[in-house]
Structures are given as structure tokens and as C-alpha cells.
Design a protein around this ligand. Structure first.
Ligand code: NAD
Length: 374
């Protein structure tokens, strides 16, 4: 089989495979074609891919002839419309937010795997792109905040006066939130954290942050590690607690998401009215509506002295390591769908293969997507 690695659109600096992983695939008898310049934004020149055993190809040939196409972001309507129906697509397509595109791909008879849909089980952890990339997002969100903030993060006692440590509030303590806590702590900030899942309190405290308790959260134990929507009563109590914490905060990092749903609004304009001038919010949930009233993805907006940086693709700002980790996730998934002879072999009895599959045989087959569109 031919595995085709495409160069991403101009807004994405990552690449699906790095040379070290290409080498392993080539040793497993897979033919790997890489589009010219695919890795250039991640400091991976064509020569490195060639040395690893890949063939550098033009885009057109890869699109027409590859068995499996690797592209992190979805292909354009025009390009996907011209694909051979036997093509297998593998990327991160956010199918619950891209329902029209998924239906169109299904109609085209394409087989579509979206790595953000693998089950969050122990066996799937090595393929979990949401975790590997969210870890980067949490780290980068703090660095971005520190870089844009007009004050120090750490405490200093100097001859020219004392500096108080920055107060950082982190909303959502999933993979990104936990990494944001650790990074903010390393920089010397005082950190407060809120999440609807009380189970994360211990982890938060072990990282040296304070957990803001709000009682009465909806039970999310059957949601596979994800959050669920909350009652109006809980939301009111949560808003009061977050409002109090926001008043004191210098920096807020918002990461709260609910799979397939609009992100919850956690910071309202009324709360921002009470925030300190010069304070800063980095919202990594911006692409799904954002956690503030005013967030816009890939934009920086201000409201009464509060700056809100919306960016849901921070891993693209750290493309070398993001690609390295993403490629390892991809390799681990490919090992489930490639046989010993390097040929495609799809076993839908495997819960990971089935869970990641969005469309095949002209049908949408993903349970969560089917529930969302019917
Ligand atoms: P996510 O990106 O879907 O959400 C981020 C965080 O926002 C979550 O912690 C969520 O509880 C929180 N949140 C949602 N609504 C909120 C609200 N209204 N207010 C405050 N916080 C809110 O989550 P994620 O980081 O991808 O994963 C969440 C959890 O899933 C992880 O922390 C982990 O426990 C679990 N997980 C398990 C596996 C595995 O077993 N293989 C893999 C990855 C994650």
C-alpha cells in the first residue's frame, strides 16, 4: 500500500509523519510518499524524509494514487471531491463539528478515520492525539500568556522593590489544564483551578494549585472521562465562584470543552467588568465557541482592559515536537490497520479501529456522530 503524507494548509505548521516514523513504516514494507515541503514548517526537510526511505512526490499524484492519505486538517471540498472512492483518510477532523463534510465524504464512499474519536481507553492511550496535542496546548498557553502579560510571573524581592507573583486561574483541568498548571507553577505563579469533575481535585493539588470547589456537578462517570452539560442551578453557583476568582486573577487560561457541544461560557462580560485592567485570558476552547463571551478563534480581542487571546491550535505553534508526538500516535494507529506484508487490513472488530472510523461503504458509521445528526 502507498501511504501519502500531504502538506497541510497554510494555517497548520504540523506534519503527520516525521522521518523517524517513516523509517519504521518503510521497514514494515509500507511505501511512503511525502509531498514536497510537507515537513518544512516543522524543520523537517525533504532530504530527511528521503533518507528515511520516503519518495518525495507532487500533491496531485499523492491525492490520486495513495491508499491512505495522512492530513491533520480536513482536505478542501474540491480536493476531497476528486479522490478515488477507495481512498482512506486519516487525520483529526472534529466530525461532530464538521457534520456536512463528513456526510459529503461518506457519500463519496471514502473511508474516514478521525483520531480525535478513538476510545479513551488504556490500550488507545498511545494513539490519543487529543492528549498528546492538548499537553502542548496547555504548556504553550502559559508561555503565550507570560509573553503577552505586562508583569512578571514569579515573585521577586529586589533593591528596586518587590514583585508579587502572578495569580493564574485555570478553568478546566483536563490534559491541557493540568499541563498549564504545571507550567505556570514552574514559572512561579500562584494557581487556582476549577473543573466540573471533582475527581481532578487531587491531581490539581498535587501540582501545587488550589482547587475551587463547587458542589452539585452532574455525574460524568459514564461519559468516558469527558465532561457533561451542567444544570442551571449548578451553573449559577459555578458562575459566582468563578466570578470571585476572576476578580483576583491576572491571567486566566480557559480549556473547558464538552465533546460535540459548544464550549460552556465561563467568563461573561459582567465578570470581565470586575477584572483588573491589563489582565489576560488565553482561550484554547475558542474554536468550539470559546469559554468567554467575546472569544474569537485565531484572534486577540480586548474588552475594558482585558485581553482575550483565542487560539485552539496552539500545537501548530510548536510544530516540531507536536509533529513528533502526533506521528508516533499515527504510527501506533497504523499498526492496527496494516498487516505484516505492509498492506491495508481493516478489522472493524477492533474497538479502536471501529471507534475512530467515521465513514465507510457510503455510510456514516460513528455512533456519536450518528446520534448528533439524527
Ligand atoms: P476536554 O478537552 O474535553 O475538556 C477539558 C476539561 O474541561 C475537562 O477536564 C472537563 O471536565 C472540563 N470542563 C468541561 N466543562 C466545564 C465547565 N463547565 N467548567 C469547568 N470545566 C469544565 O478533556 P480532555 O483533557 O481531553 O480529557 C478529560 C479527561 O479525560 C482527562 O483529564 C482524563 O481524565 C481523561 N482521559 C482519559 C484517557 C484514557 O484513559 N486513555 C485519555 C485522555 C483523557
Amino acid at each position: 500500500m502507498i501511504l501519502g503524507v500531504l502538506k497541510e494548509a497554510s494555517t497548520e505548521n504540523r506534519v503527520s509523519l516525521v522521518p523517524a516514523i517513516v523509517q519504521q513504516l518503510v521497514q514494515s514494507k509500507v511505501t511512503v510518499w511525502v509531498e514536497k515541503g510537507a515537513g518544512s514548517n516543522a524543520w523537517l526537510p525533504d532530504e530527511a524524509y528521503e533518507q528515511a526511505g520516503a519518495v518525495i512526490q507532487n500533491r496531485e499524484t499523492i491525492l490520486q494514487q495513495a491508499t491512505v492519505l495522512l492530513c491533520i486538517q480536513p482536505l478542501s471540498e474540491q480536493e476531497s471531491g476528486n479522490l478515488n472512492p477507495s481512498t482512506v483518510l486519516l487525520g483529526v477532523y472534529q466530525p461532530l463539528f464538521q457534520t456536512a463534510k463528513m456526510k459529503q465524504w461518506a457519500q463519496r464512499q471514502l473511508t474516514v478515520f478521525s483520531l480525535d474519536n478513538i476510545p479513551r481507553t488504556t490500550r488507545a492511550q498511545s494513539m490519543d492525539v487529543l492528549s498528546s496535542q492538548a499537553n502542548i496546548a496547555g504548556y504553550k498557553a502559559i508561555l503565550l500568556a507570560a509573553n503577552s502579560y505586562s508583569r512578571y510571573f514569579p515573585m521577586f524581592m529586589t533593591a528596586a522593590g518587590s514583585i508579587a507573583p502572578a495569580k493564574v486561574l485555570i478553568l478546566g483541568a483536563g490534559v491541557a489544564g493540568l499541563q498549564a498548571i504545571a507550567t505556570a507553577r514552574r514559572l512561579g505563579a500562584v494557581v487556582e483551578v476549577f473543573d466540573t469533575r471533582p475527581a481532578v481535585k487531587e491531581e490539581v493539588m498535587s501540582l501545587g494549585a488550589k482547587f475551587v470547589d463547587v458542589e452539585g456537578a452532574a455525574d460524568a462517570s459514564s461519559a468516558g472521562g469527558y465532561a457533561v452539560e451542567q444544570t442551571a442551578d449548578y451553573q449559577a453557583k459555578q458562575a459566582a465562584a468563578i466570578g470571585e476568582a476572576a476578580k483576583k486573577a491576572d491571567i486566566i487560561i480557559t480549556t473547558a470543552q464538552i465533546p460535540g457541544k459548544k464550549a460552556p461560557i465561563l467568563i461573561t462580560r459582567e465578570m470581565m467588568d470586575m477584572m483588573k485592567p491589563g489582565s489576560l485570558i488565553v482561550d484554547i476552547a475558542a474554536a468550539t465557541g470559546g469559554n468567554t463571551d467575546i472569544s474569537k478563534d485565531q484572534q486577540t480581542v480586548t474588552y475594558k482592559g482585558v485581553t482575550v487571546i483565542g487560539d485552539s491550535n496552539l500545537p501548530s505553534k510548536m510544530p516540531a515536537d507536536a509533529s513528533k508526538l502526533y506521528a508516533k500516535n499515527v504510527l501506533n494507529f497504523l499498526q492496527l490497520i496494516i498487516d505484516k506484508e505492509g498492506q491495508l487490513s481493516l478489522n472493524f472488530e477492533d474497538d479502536i479501529v471501529q471507534g475512530a472510523c467515521i465513514a465507510k461503504g457510503g455510510q456514516i458509521v460513528n455512533e456519536r456522530l450518528l446520534q448528533a445528526i439524527t
